[in-house]
Design a protein around this ligand. Structure first.
Ligand code: IPM
Ligand code: SF4
Length: 460
């Protein structure tokens, strides 16, 4: 029987069949952050259980952490308590924890792959909806709820209903300054916020094969914004090269053995999918969201659309936008470059390439927040921090930052932000704040002009 990549990883992890369509899966790895883990540790305490495999877990703090003054104790008492509690829980239960001072600290979905904790063919979970980011490595990676985090800690298994299979095939060469972020925004726009609900998406096609691992992670990251908990890409030489030599990746003969297994991780040629979508990358223009859901998106050459339903009307109202306004006339107050969608080294390089020799517009406040301490260090080695600072950006420490208003970085009501993150929900960047999602190069262009702008015009 022909199988998809999803089927193969799934069946390799079935411990028991519970009922038709529902299996008990073995979970290889779990990432633990400070927001979704406290309840799980409480479950262990209440029941007097020790983690089944502490070495299969990795803990760190990312959502609540400040991105400045990291040499001082966390000023906000609630954030400090949350981070301290998470660290204490990890230590108490014998789980590896990356301290805030550790250069390896960062956003879970950046750190997992960077450390080689995330490997092809694995099942990997985290109490976080953007865990699908790590499916870029051909891992079955998905977000779970807080009580499920406890279940994985206690048993290293999880009861799961198998999803339907969807393949998104992307072919054609991306134009200059058009990136994986533009692709995934366009895909989410086409599928709709619930279009892939109940499905596991596999991204395939010549465009995907040509993408770096950083770009593949950007693609998989936003699968959840179309309703899919899982985004997968078959691992190949680009993936193996990225992983080779990573601290937690296998080495020596174990690496050779792993590689032989990983090369079999692809959908069979005759495998069938419940749903198939084809995307032509050639004609794609840079994308910008105009509403309060990531599927409310269009090309930068377009205008604020005429609302066709109550949801769109409410979105325009919240966003303070009038239908028919060309997008490139919309002025912005803030720029945020970072997040698990676009906080990796390539994202910083793409933004810096636009900002070199330029300065941000008067009145604009701009921050760049590397996805991890290692991304920050690498960017500094390449002199990117100098470019960002010279342009007028603040150069911060790693964390979720302005992607989510759960830390010191947040906007005021009515402020408008060009953001490389993945969600533009009401209040996401602060109460009443307005978010436009876009790529790092597009965010850099917005910083320079002070409005939403086509980076291709600025670049040439
Ligand atoms: C706080 C966390 C559980 C949440 C998620 O599940 O994704 C956050 O990371 C987000 O991006 O909204
Ligand atoms: S960077 Fe944003 S999307 Fe990613 S885990 Fe943090 S809050 Fe969630």
């Amino acid at each position: 029987m022909s199988l998809t990549l999803y089927d193969k990883i799934w069946s390799a992890h079935v411990v028991a069949n519970e009922e038709p369509g529902v299996d008990l899966l073995y979970i290889d790895r779990q990432l633990l952050h400070e927001v979704s883990s406290p309840q799980a540790f409480e479950i262990l305490r209440e029941k007097g259980i020790q983690p089944r495999r502490p070495e299969a877990q990795l803990g760190l703090a990312d959502h609540a952490v400040p991105t400045r003054h990291r040499d001082r104790p966390i000023a906000d008492p609630l954030a400090r308590a949350q981070v301290d509690r998470h660290a204490a829980n990890c230590f108490a239960f014998g789980i590896r924890y990356l301290e805030l001072e550790d250069v390896r600290q960062g956003i879970v979905h950046v750190v997992g792959p960077e450390q080689g904790f995330t490997l092809p063919g694995m099942t990997l979970v985290c109490g976080d909806s953007h865990t699908a980011t790590q499916g870029a490595f051909g891992a079955l990676a998905f977000g779970i709820g807080a009580s499920e985090v406890g279940c994985v800690l206690a048993t290293q298994t999880l009861r799961q209903r198998k999803a339907k299979r969807m393949r998104v095939t992307i072919d054609g060469k991306l134009g200059p300054h058009v990136s994986a972020k533009d692709l995934i925004l366009a895909i989410v726009g086409r599928l709709g916020a619930a279009g892939a609900t109940g499905h596991a998406i596999e991204y395939a096609g010549s465009t995907v094969r040509g993408l770096s691992m950083e770009a593949r992670m950007t693609l998989c990251n936003m699968s959840i914004e179309a309703g899919s908990r899982t985004g997968l890409i078959a691992p190949d030489d680009i993936c193996f090269e990225y992983l080779s030599g990573r601290p937690m990746a296998p080495a020596g003969s174990l690496w050779d053995a792993a590689l032989a297994d990983w090369r079999a991780l692809a959908s069979d040629d005759e495998a069938t999918f419940d749903s198939e979508i084809a995307i032509d990358a050639t004609a794609l223009e840079p994308q910008v969201s105009w509403g309060t859901s990531p599927d409310q998106v269009t090309g930068i050459g377009g205008a604020v659309p005429e609302p066709t339903n109550a949801r769109a009307r409410a979105a325009l109202d919240y966003m303070g936008l009038v239908a028919g306004t060309p997008l490139d006339r919309v002025a912005i107050d803030h720029v945020f470059i970072g997040s698990c969608t676009n906080g990796r080294i390539e994202d910083l390089r793409a933004a810096a390439a636009i900002l070199a020799g330029r300065t941000i517009a008067d009145g604009v406040q701009a921050i760049v927040v590397p996805g991890s301490g290692l991304v920050k260090r690498q960017a500094e080695r390449e002199g990117l921090d100098t470019i960002f600072r010279a342009a007028g950006f603040e150069w911060r420490d790693a964390g979720c930052s302005l992607c989510v208003a759960m830390n010191d970085d947040r906007l005021q009501p009515g402020e408008r932000c060009a953001s490389t993150s993945n969600r533009n929900f009401e209040g996401r960047q602060g109460i009443g704040a307005r978010t436009h999602l876009m790529s790092p190069a597009m965010a850099a262009a917005a910083a320079v002009t002070g409005r939403l702008s086509d980076v291709r015009r600025l670049a040439c």
